[in-house]
Design a protein around this ligand. Sequence first.
Ligand SMILES: [Zn+2]
Length: 432
Amino acid sequence: MLDVLVRGARVIDPASGLDETADVWVVAGRVQRIAPRLDLPAERIEETRVVDGAGLWLVPGFFDMHVHLREPGEEYKETIATGTASAVSGGYAAVACMPNTNPVNDCAPVTEFILKRAEQAGSCTVFPVGAISKGLRGKELSEFGELRAAGAVAVTDDGRPVTDGRLMRRALEYARRFDLVVISHAEDLSLSEGGLMNEGAMSTRLGLRGIPWVAESAMVARDLMLAELTGSRIHIAHVSTEASVRLIREAKSRGVPVTAETAPHYFTLSDDVLSGFDTVYKVNPPLRSREDRKAVKEALADGTIDCIATDHAPHSLLEKDIEFEYAASGMIGLESAFPLVCGLVHEGVLTPGGAIAALTWNPARILDVPVGRLQEGAPATFTLVDPNAEYVIDADSFQSKSRNCPFHGRRVKGRVLLTAVEGKAAFVYRKP
Ligand SMILES: [Zn+2]
C-alpha cells in the first residue's frame, strides 16, 4: 500500500471544483489529507516517501467509458490482464468494456466472468457493459435486469447500430426501469455499407468507397428523438461529425437527456492521413474532414461533448497488415490518450480542469459509477502527470497486446508518471 506525500502539485478534482497547488498525503493506501501545506507528524516522516510535485498535476484516476478488452473470445488481440495493464499505463484507473466479445456479454454469466477475470488479473477497475440485443443481432432485447444485477453498468450493441427503431425505443423504455444508460453506436448501415473511409474529396482521390457523414448523423437524430419521446437517457458514442455535434447541441439546449463522447483520434486526425492507404488509420466511424475535427473540438470546449473515451480496439497484424479493403476497423488508444488530450490544453481548446473532467468525473457521472474523483479518507486512486514532458510515442513500449496505434512516432507533450488504483501503485513510469 502507498505511503506517500506529493508536495506542491497542481491538484485538480473537477467533482469538487478543486484546482490549486496543494500537498496530497497518502497513508496505507488511503488519502489522508489534501491541503496547501502539510506538515507530517514526526513519527510519520521516516516511512513516508516524499515526491516533489512541482510542475505536475495530481488528478483523479482516469475513467475510460469505452474500451474493447477482447476477452472472452479474442485473447490473441487483448485480454483483461493486458488491456487493464495498458489502461493503467495510460493513467486510467477504471474502464468500461463493450459487450462485443465472443460470447457476447448479453447475460449474467458473461458479465460475471468478466468481473471475475478483472478481479483475478486486472490492474484496474472494470465495469462491464451489457448488450442491448441478444447476440448483438438486433432482434430481441437481452435481459437488462439480469445484466444489471450481475454488474453491468450500461447497455449497447456497440460495433453495430440498433437498426430497428422500435427495438431501440423499447430498449430505452426498458433500460430506465433498471437505471441503465443506453449507449448508441450511431450508424445507418444502408448508408455506410461497403464504405472504407470518410466520403469526401480524399476518398474520391484515393478511389475508396466513402462513408458519408449522414450515416452517423441520421442515426444520431433518430436516437435523440427516441430519447426525447421516451424521456430515457441516451449516450452517443464516438461522435465524429459536425452534424452530430449540431444535433446534440440542439437537443441538449431543449433538455433532452443526452450525453456524448468522442475519441482522441477524432480531434487529432482527419482523413488526409489516409493518403498512404495505411490501415492503422482505418476506424469506424472513419476519420472525418478537417471541418468535422474542428467541430468536435468546439463541442468539447463548450460541453456539447461531455467526455473523451478511447474506443480502444485492439487488432492483431492478421487483421491489420492486409489490404485496406479487408483490414479490420479500430485503433488502440489507452496509452496515447493523455498526451493527445493534453495537446488540447496546450492548444488552448480546453482548460486543464476541462480536460481532466472529460477524463474523470464526466464519464463517471454518465454511467453513475463511483470513480473519477479525489476524496479524503477514500482509497487512493489518482494519476500523477507531467503536462509538459515532451517525447515521441513509442507503441513498442505499450502494455497492450496489439500495436494498431496511429500515433506511433508522433511527438507529444504530456506524460503519465504514476497511476494509483485503490491504494496501490498500478503503474510507475520508468525512464527507458
Ligand atoms: Zn462503436
